[in-house]
Design a protein around this ligand. Structure first.
Ligand SMILES: C[S@@+](CC[C@H](N)C(=O)[O-])C[C@H]1O[C@@H](n2cnc3c(N)ncnc32)[C@H](O)[C@@H]1O
Length: 232
């Protein structure tokens, strides 16, 4: 399934949806839309499965997973020191921020220490646009997921975004891209090589309104849900 954040009112609906269920919000308001995509997909998934959050950052998605009742959850991010610093800041100014109760491994999400087929679900919220090597990423996801396991990946997107605009931009000292339609098509083709196929509806949605503005760039968010289909 491929979904697109279509307008600001979808962000507000996502915030209302999470508030009604007493699920703590993501610090970045628009990313609550990503979290609703995660919640909707996990509605079909039992609570006793193993979930890995790839690129956990401050741990918002881990907190969401915990609130949903998942206990076999783990995160990986290569910037735990930043995370710890932010944690102190968050505790002071954002009492609902990262709580530190989650298990976050410091490492590269493209080369993790976890065993083959060790997870039922992988979440990856707003990470792959930050310089992640997609070939290595999908190879690792294909290795980590059990057969019929799900990868829920969200990222910055605009259908005809010109990558040339971002040449000088860096976030977290990493390169940044906003995926366009052509890049998403390539991504889907690449994922398929590692047994990851788009789950359900494969049509590429389109929208006319940019909902996210960051560093002077306008775009939106996309969510793609992949399913691992055993190739053997
Ligand atoms: C925009 S933040 C998103 C964090 C979190 N998923 C969220 O939604 O708040 C991107 C995160 O991905 C992490 N990251 C990027 N590339 C990574 C890699 N190859 N391995 C591990 N972490 C990575 C960065 O350190 C950063 O914490």
């Amino acid at each position: 399934m491929i979904t697109l954040l279509k307008n600001q009112s979808e962000v507000e609906s996502a915030v209302t949806f999470l508030n009604e269920r007493k699920i703590p919000l993501h610090f970045t308001r628009q990313k609550n839309w990503d979290h609703v995509c995660v919640v909707n997909e996990l509605n079909r998934v039992k609570r006793d499965v193993k979930v890995l959050d790839m690129g956990s950052g401050d741990g918002y998605t881990l907190r969401l997973l915990r609130k949903l009742g998942y206990r076999k959850i783990q995160g990986i991010d290569f910037s735990k020191p930043i995370l710890r610093r932010r944690q102190r800041w968050l505790r002071k100014f954002w009492p609902f921020g990262y709580t530190g109760e989650h298990d976050i491994v410091v490492g590269d999400l493209c080369d993790t220490p976890f065993e083959d087929e060790g997870f039922d679900v992988l979440t990856c919220v707003s990470v792959i646009e930050h310089g992640v090597d997609l070939e290595r990423f999908f190879r690792e996801c294909g290795r980590l997921l059990k057969n019929e396991g799900k990868l829920i990946v969200t990222f910055d997107y605009w259908h005809d975004f010109d990558q040339g605009l971002l040449v000088e931009e860096r976030i977290f000292d990493l390169p940044w891209c906003v995926f366009n339609t052509e890049m998403v098509d390539e991504m889907i083709g690449m994922a398929a090589q590692y047994g990851l196929v788009v789950a359900g509806e494969r049509e590429m949605p389109r929208c006319e309104e940019t909902t996210v503005r960051y560093r002077g760039f306008d775009y939106t968010f996309m969510c793609v849900i992949f399913e691992k289909m055993n190739t053997t």
